[in-house]
Write a protein that binds this ligand. Sequence first.
Ligand SMILES: [Fe+2]
Length: 188
Amino acid sequence: MTEPGRPRIVHVGFYCKDLKASVAWYKDVLGMEEQFGMPGRAQALGFGGEKDDHDIFLVQAPDHYAEPTPMHFDYETLTPTKGRVGFYHVAIDFQSFEAAMQAYGRALARNTLLAKGVQHGDGRGVYVRDPDGNLVELFSFNDCVDDAEARKFLVAYPGSEGRGGGFSMDVAATYEKWRASRKELAEV
Ligand SMILES: [Fe+2]
């Protein structure tokens, strides 16, 4: 008999103010695919792979549900400035810095709001807000395929290095640096 595997998270569910807008955001920014759903009521989304397995489950919120209260941080110090107890964020491993930056580019194109950027001990994350303000961390691990490349682009806020094993990323500057290098590549 095979050993039972470790328990794992199967999916994360969100109530959405506007299901259609949220489905569009998760598909477009994160590159997710629609799986099963109930039109106008709920939609399962996944990154493909295992059958009947979805990563995010979006549900249309009833009208009487309370408004979301997005969390805010000081970009430079990462100090939380506004928020509430409860769900904090869901992190998506993009497997590469390149893919995470591409996702951030798509997020920007949809006027997605940035919450913060962090070079953690184990990887780096850019925290953006979905249409309801839920934080989604666009993540790539330190051992991802293009980590050495990624480190050339990371811009830290001065004085933030070494704090808590990482630093606060100046996401706008990092993204611009990465984008400029991509432009150069395209022109060669
Ligand atoms: Fe995280």
